[in-house]
Design a protein around this ligand. Sequence first.
Ligand SMILES: [Zn+2]
Length: 141
Amino acid sequence: MTDACVACQGTWPRPDHFIADLGLSKVYLHDDQFFPGWTIVVFQRHATELFQLAPTERFQLIEEVSRVAKTVAEIYQAQKINYELLGNQLPHIHWHIIPRLAGDPAPLKPVWCVPHSPLLLTGTALHEAINRLGHLLRMAR
Ligand SMILES: [Zn+2]
């Protein structure tokens, strides 16, 4: 853990967007649901590069990321899943799992290049999205 890391501090992603603990990673619903089903998978300890992980850890992490992607794809009927492991702004290993759906406003572009107003879910809509993903992720074990 590093004091400067918001993922280690537990302040990002938002704790009230927590979906599931998969073992090596925790899953959260991204704040901005303009792209419905945008999910974040956060490695549970501080590491910044995949090559820093032991091979068994790396294998399990990829399995967990794949499990999240499959679940998101099923729920949101994705045409393609985008996997983003960038770390420029937050080096702590975290994946953005972004389903790209029929009717996507810019299907050939990464989501970061699509100008839009963030869509924030609240109340029942937020809880339903979290519960649906959490339920299927637990069943997929
Ligand atoms: Zn960290």
